[in-house]
Design a protein around this ligand. Structure first.
Ligand code: SF4
Ligand code: F3S
Ligand code: FES
Length: 247
């Protein structure tokens, strides 16, 4: 935690391992660089790759907290490299890839593959009402408060930080994680989706869904978009319990 005028020497300790390279073994590699004003971890890593080590792998697309691709373990906690400023950290910074997801190499993981699997399993798209082909209904505006509530949950950028922080996700390969439960909460709210509560219960009313969640709440703490994961999961669980007793 530096004041703005100091030029600290940062030491970035990055976990290096390329599973595609025969004989490679996991190791920590330390890079030293001078901190610049307003430096983010993304800028620091880019400088390292440009000036010191072009082989260092990490992901980014938007650099603005929108695409969700730069998630990594920052001092043991999942976060976005492009939204983390170095001045908020000690001079020694440890970086590692997000656990749970398939490792591509170094700090790069294939979270997209995991998200696709979850998305296909939970069918995370609007299952439109047949009546939706009635043009008059399509034009019907959504109640603003409801539209706001759907939009709030739609802010998920699929960064995977919630999954990486979750003890259940680490133990249970098919657990849909807070990201999946949030999506179910989002589509359940959407009046254009014809699925009933019983259909959603079918999708997440088991140990890979709502009942696998042990309320550890790390997901809620690390979500970079501050999604109300705790509230959504608790609400879904209550609904599912009621649905289960009725079904
Ligand atoms: Fe990332 Fe939050 Fe979405 Fe999880 S719920 S994937 S932490 S934005
Ligand atoms: Fe995991 Fe969050 Fe539940 S951390 S156990 S999904 S409350
Ligand atoms: Fe897109 Fe960080 S690079 S969220």
């Amino acid at each position: 935690m530096a004041d703005n005028d100091s030029h600290r020497k940062l030491r970035i300790h990055a976990l290096r391992y390329n599973p595609a390279k025969a004989g490679d073994t996991p190791r920590i590699q330390t890079y030293e660089l001078e901190e610049a004003p307003g430096m983010t971890l993304f800028i620091a890593l880019s400088e390292i790759r440009e000036k010191q080590d072009p082989s260092l792998q990490f992901d980014f697309v938007c650099r603005a907290g929108i695409c969700g691709s730069c998630g990594m373990m920052i001092n043991g906690r999942p976060g976005l490299a492009c939204r983390t400023v170095t001045k908020d950290l000690e001079a020694d910074i440890s970086l590692a890839p997000l656990p749970v997801f398939e490792l591509i190499g170094d700090l790069s993981v294939n979270s997209g593959k995991w998200m696709r699997g979850m998305s296909e399993k939970l069918e995370t798209w609007v299952h439109a009402q047949e009546k939706a082909i009635d043009l008059k209904r399509i034009e019907e505006p959504m109640d603003p408060a409801l539209a706001e509530a759907v939009y709030e949950l739609d802010r998920c950028i699929e960064c995977g930080c919630c999954v990486a922080s979750c003890g259940t996700a680490r133990m249970r390969q098919d657990f849909v994680g807070a990201v999946g439960l949030n999506k179910i909460a989002r589509f359940r709210l959407d009046p254009r989706d014809k699925r009933a509560d019983a259909d959603f219960y079918e999708l997440v009313g088991d140990d890979n869904g709502v009942f696998g969640c042990m309320s550890l709440l790390a997901c809620h703490d690390v979500c970079p978009k501050n999604l109300p994961l705790q509230t959504q999961i608790a609400f879904l669980r209550r609904k599912m319990v009621v649905q289960g007793t009725q079904g």
